[in-house]
Write a protein that binds this ligand. Sequence first.
Ligand SMILES: Cc1cc2nc3c(=O)[nH]c(=O)nc-3n(C[C@H](O)[C@H](O)[C@H](O)COP(=O)(O)OP(=O)(O)OC[C@H]3O[C@@H](n4cnc5c(N)ncnc54)[C@H](O)[C@@H]3O)c2cc1C
Length: 319
Amino acid sequence: MTQDIFVLIEHLRGQVLDISYVMLAAARGFAQDGQVTAVLFGHDAKGLANSLAADRVLYVDHPALKEFTSEAYSLTLASLVNKHHPRAVLMGHTSIGMDVAGALSAKLSLPLVSSCRTLSADGKFVSQICGGKIMAEGDLPSPTALVTMIPGGYKTEQGQSANAPAIESFTPPALDNLRVVLKQIIEPEAGDVDISKSPFLIAVGRGIQNKDNLDLPNELAAATSGTVCASRPVVDQGWLPTTRLVGKSGKRVKPKIYLALGISGAPEHVEGMGESDVIIAVNTDPNAPIFNVAKYGTTIDLLELLPLLTEKAKQATPS
Ligand SMILES: Cc1cc2nc3c(=O)[nH]c(=O)nc-3n(C[C@H](O)[C@H](O)[C@H](O)COP(=O)(O)OP(=O)(O)OC[C@H]3O[C@@H](n4cnc5c(N)ncnc54)[C@H](O)[C@@H]3O)c2cc1C
C-alpha cells in the first residue's frame, strides 16, 4: 500500500468539472507522505491535465473512455487501484462518482465513505448525511478507502494550478466487449432562459409554500434583472419548468449572487450552486444546512422579506 491519494477527474465534453478541483484541494490537505494523483480517463484528452493541481497524473487513453460510461470507468479504475494500492480514492458525490464508487466498492471489497465535505491531515473525514442535516465525523478506513465528495468544503481555485503536472500513461484493461456504450448525448430542449448565464439568481425552495407565492420572487426579479430558479420540490410540483432546476439533476450554476429562499441546502442542491460567489440564505430554521455554505443568512420568513426587498430594489433603481 502507498500513501498516495487518487482523485478521479470528472470531465464532460472537453471541460474538467469543478468537483474535480474540489477533490484535488481535499486530497492536498489529506495527503501526508503520499502524492496527490489525478486519475484522468479520456481519448486524446491529455490537455485536460494542464490545470490540475496534482503531483502527477495517471492518464489512460482509450476510445471507450472518451466520455463517461460506468463499466469502462469502473474496470479501468479497478485495475489502477489493484496495481497502485492508494491510501484513498476520491470520487465526486455526483452521478458519475456515485456510479463508479458503488461498483468499485463491490468489485474490490473496499469500504466506501460517501458524501464527504472535508478530509484532514490526521485521517479524519466529515460527511454530510441525511439531506445535509447531520455532520458525521470519523477515521477514514484503512488500508484503502473509497470516498465520494460533495462541494462546499474547498474552493475550486485551490485545486487548480498554472503549472502542468507530470503525466504517466497507463494501459487500460481490455475494454472491447463492454455491455454499456455511449451512443449519443441528447441536450435538453432550449426555449426558456439559461439560468447558468445569470449573475443574480433568486432561488426558491419548498419554503415558498404554493404557486401563487411565486409572484413575490418574480417581482423581485423584475426589479433587479435577476432570474428565478428553484430546488427540486418546486419543479416537481410543476410550479416552474425543469430548465429552472438547480442541482444534481438540474443545472450547475455559479452566479455572482445566489439568493436561496426557503431552501434547506440538501447535498443534491448544493452540488449545483455551491460554487456561487456569494450565497445568501433566507430560512426560518437556524439549523438548516444551507447556512453552512452561505456567506450571509437570515431566519426571517421569506414571505415577509420579499415584498420589502422588492420595494428597496425599486427605490434603489433610477427611473
Ligand atoms: C438522486 C437525487 C437527485 C436530486 N437532485 C436534486 C436537484 O437537482 N436539485 C434539488 O434541489 N434537489 C435534488 N434532490 C432533492 C434533494 O435531496 C432535496 O430533497 C431538495 O433539494 C429539498 O428541496 P428544498 O430545500 O426546497 O426543500 P426542503 O428540504 O423541504 O426545505 C425547505 C426549507 O424551507 C424553509 N422554510 C419553510 N418555510 C419558510 C419560510 N416561510 N421562510 C423561510 N424559510 C422557510 C424550511 O426551514 C426548510 O429548510 C435530489 C434527490 C435525489 C435523491
